[in-house]
Write a protein that binds this ligand. Structure first.
Ligand code: CP3
Length: 384
């Protein structure tokens, strides 16, 4: 093999062999791809240095800065980058007034509390009101020059609606569920509108260079399976169907959904993202092996001693069992208290791992250094 003498070696063009995109399509890969939700954030000193100079929204709205932040995790050796933006930006475009309050998180200044409030939503023209996000994607793609793929994203309708209605983060989603249960027609109007904006937004992101897209339904685990089916699933499905003609993998991520994984599958996505509250092999069996799976390390494990962290990482990889279609990630975003070295360590562990494959009878399974035999993935999994 010819070694490239290129100082920008990490930017060389190897996109055609991206293991992240291959795994999304359940194609065999040389090693399990890995990236992290919130991989560009406060746990990184470079990020904190930028945040001392700029506000969060200012950074997101300035394509040069947002591109710079998007690119920060490249040095960790991750297999994909995710656009630096926020799922709440389209709510600002709808006229709800978005602010990030230190110590409190996001605040929507004019939340939707009654059906009449829906009348004041602004029409959203993506190029006009979210053009800075598209420009960020173009800048990052240009900078990456095909080295690793870039993921675009948006919030799913339920999670967006929860912020739009509560006015910020919530514990019990009282206002959201009140509107949902008491005003089903208004709920349908709002959710359909959010879905349609999201379709336009994600299509524009793909046209601007996103090579995969992820839909975040972070808080939908607050719903019972029955309510999910009625009040959330149709709108999420509308989005995935509305993007079906695009030639990019679609990732469907949610948390707290161990009790309704078949419903997430039904709502759509080529890849289903799961959190750590379910064992990966059980989750995959329920989702079906005709979909790829992403996950599912507990983000707090990144703060554990190295041997404990390695055990968690190896267990997930063992449960995936070397089946094509696993993308290693956390079950939710990187926490600000996380040591950067541990994030990098996980990348190394994942890339070094070689699965113990189940060989046909009579054939000896080779013993490989990092493979663990104490968590046999086939023990309980039932093949379809
Ligand atoms: O993953 C990435 O690195 C890409 C960037 C990204 C951000 N937000 C940047 C951000 C992504 C994909 C998001 C998605 C997002 N935003 C979600 C879905 C994923 C999830 O975590 O559940 C949600 C629910 C939000 C809403 C949001 N934005 C909250 C609740 C907060 C405050 C919480 C916190 O960590 O402070 C934000 C702020 C935010 N968005 C930060 C970052 C890096 C923190 C930034 C800072 O204060 O400097």
């Amino acid at each position: 093999m010819i070694e490239q003498q290129n100082t920008h070696h990490r930017f060389e063009n190897k996109n055609t062999t991206s293991r992240f995109l291959a795994a999304c399509r359940r194609r065999p890969v040389d090693t399990t791809p890995v990236w992290f939700m919130r991989q560009a954030g406060r746990y990184m000193p470079e990020y904190r240095a930028l945040r001392e100079r700029y506000g969060l929204l200012e950074m997101m709205r300035t394509p040069e800065l947002a591109a710079q932040v998007t690119l920060l995790p490249t040095r960790l050796g991750v297999d994909a980058l995710i656009l630096f933006a926020d799922i709440l930006l389209p709510l600002e475009a709808l006229g709800l007034g978005l602010r990030f309050v230190p110590g409190q998180g996001p605040v929507l200044e004019r939340p939707l509390r009654s059906p009449a409030d829906l009348d004041r939503l602004h029409p959203v023209e993506v190029e006009e009101s979210l053009g800075y996000v598209l420009e960020t994607l173009r800048l990052v793609r240009r900078e990456l020059n095909g080295s690793i793929p870039l993921i675009g994203f948006a919030g799913a309708p339920f999670t967006l609606a929860s912020y739009a209605i509560e006015g910020g983060s919530s514990r019990h989603y009282l206002h959201t569920k009140h509107l949902m249960y008491s005003h089903p027609a208004a709920w349908d109007t709002l959710m359909t509108q959010l879905a349609d904006i999201t379709i336009a937004y994600l299509r524009a992101q793909v046209h601007a260079g996103a090579q995969a897209i992820q839909l975040f339904d972070s808080w939908v685990g607050a719903l019972s399976p029955q309510d999910y089916r009625r009040y959330a699933l149709p709108y999420t499905r509308r989005i995935f169907e509305g993007l079906a003609d695009l030639d990019v993998p679609r990732i469907h991520f949610a948390t707290g959904t161990a009790g309704m994984l078949p419903l997430l599958r039904e709502a759509g996505g080529d890849v289903i993202g799961v959190d750590w509250r379910v064992d990966l092999d059980r989750a995959w069996t329920q989702i079906g092996y005709d979909r790829a799976i992403q996950g599912n390390l507990d983000p707090v494990a990144l703060l554990a001693p190295r041997d404990v962290l390695a055990h968690h990482v190896h267990r997930i990889l063992a449960l995936a069992g070397g089946r094509p279609g696993h993308i290693f990630n956390l079950g939710h975003g990187v926490l600000p208290q996380t040591p950067v070295e541990n994030v990098q360590y996980v990348v190394e562990l994942v890339h070094a791992y070689r699965p113990v494959r189940t060989e046909p009878p009579g054939q000896k399974t080779p013993h490989l250094p990092l493979a663990r035999t104490d968590a046999n993935p086939r023990k309980e999994a039932t093949e379809p």
